[in-house]
Design a protein around this ligand. Structure first.
Ligand code: HEC
Ligand code: HEC
Length: 294
């Protein structure tokens, strides 16, 4: 081993020690196989770089070459008339052919789109998902709903569905009195029920107050007389006449699925639409889960 090699390997050892120092001070766990493999890779790179550099530096000192020199030379630096190494020549040709293929057939001129591919894959996956859960049992739906809820809904509605102190809908009650008063005063037309829009200001003052209190308390006790103004659309029992208008008594599949599809701007704030983010089974599972929250 010559002096140069000893110096190079010492440098590699310094690099390795420095790497260990950094790994140690960052508390990286080397019993984790991924970290260990990365560490072995770092050591190998240091040793191989040192060894290969020394080999070529030594070779440059003593190497001679023969063959016929080209006539041109540049400031005394000449060029041998050697054949191209065939491996290099074939790789060069291959790269050119691949380049033409890539530009005209593969990407981008053939209009390949990564986003398009992603969308196609999501569609195919969703189809498979819908087929797998064609007739899910209620307990499967509730479980599925809970896991989707924790990821997509809990950031606004809270992990227990309590609405994080009024930041979003509290699912332990149907609607608060303030929300109902707001809808009575301003009407609403965003969920696409067959009844269409809910007109603004059909009742006001005491009547509105009495109705809102009665609905918010779960429609228990005597029905206020003024509720006749509402019954023509929401039904005598307030349950929405089988999906023609929202069920005011409790959460049902229709209100939840319509809210997921259209989103909702209300007194509490804006609920975003999840139209493209949930499959029908997933929306149904959220409904099944939300109904368990009261
Ligand atoms: C003309 C039919 C009609 C009448 C009358 C009507 N509503 Fe509505 N109501 C609707 C429709 C349709 C919606 C859904 C609106 C939407 O798409 O945003 C609705 C929505 C609501 C909501 C919101 C439900 C939710 O979860 O978003 C409340 C609360 C409500 N109505 C209360 C009342 C009360 C109280 C009265 C009586 C004063 C009343 N409505 C009268 C048709 C009506
Ligand atoms: C960015 C915050 C946010 C996220 C995320 C969110 N919501 Fe909402 N949601 C709201 C707000 C705010 C309201 C109340 C709107 C109002 O003022 O009436 C609401 C209301 C609702 C309502 C009541 C609609 C009605 O008319 O009674 C339902 C049902 C609902 N959300 C379901 C969900 C589900 C299921 C998810 C998860 C897929 C979800 N939300 C995710 C903010 C959010």
């Amino acid at each position: 081993m010559n002096g140069l090699m000893i110096k190079a390997l010492s440098f590699a050892v310094v690099l390795i020690l420095a790497t260990f120092y950094v790994v140690n001070s960052m508390n990286i766990d080397l019993s984790d196989p991924i970290n260990m493999i990365t560490m072995i890779g770092a050591i190998a790179i240091a040793v191989i770089t040192a060894g290969v550099s020394v080999k070529y530096i030594n070779q440059m000192k003593s190497d001679t070459a023969d063959g016929k020199l080209a006539e041109e030379n540049w400031d005394g630096i000449g060029e041998y008339l050697n054949e191209l190494p065939s491996g290099w020549a074939f790789s060069f040709l291959g790269t050119m052919i691949w380049g033409v293929w890539y530009w005209f057939i593969g990407y981008p001129l053939n209009a390949f789109s990564q986003i398009g591919q992603y969308n196609e894959e999501v569609l195919a996956y969703n189809k498979k998902f819908e087929a797998t859960y064609k007739n899910p049992s209620v307990s499967v739906l509730k479980e599925m709903g809970e896991s989707i809820f924790l990821v997509k809904c809990a950031p606004c509605h809270g992990t227990t569905g309590d609405g994080l102190s009024g930041k979003a809908q509290d699912f332990t009650t149907r609607m608060s009195k303030a929300q109902i008063l707001d809808i009575i005063a301003n009407g609403s037309n965003q969920l696409s029920y067959p009844m269409g829009a809910m007109p603004a200001g059909m009742v006001s003052g005491d009547d509105a107050n009495v109705i809102a209190t009665w609905i918010a308390s779960g429609m228990k006790g005597e029905k206020p007389v003024a509720f006749t103004a509402c019954a023509s659309c929401h039904g005598e029992d307030g349950k929405g006449m089988a999906g023609m208008a929202p069920n005011l008594a409790e959460y049902d599949d229709t209100i939840i699925i319509k809210t997921l599809e259209h989103g909702k701007k209300g007194k509490l704030g804006t609920m975003p639409s999840f139209k493209t983010m949930l499959t029908p089974v997933q929306a149904k599972s959220l409904s099944a889960y939300i109904k368990t929250l009261k």
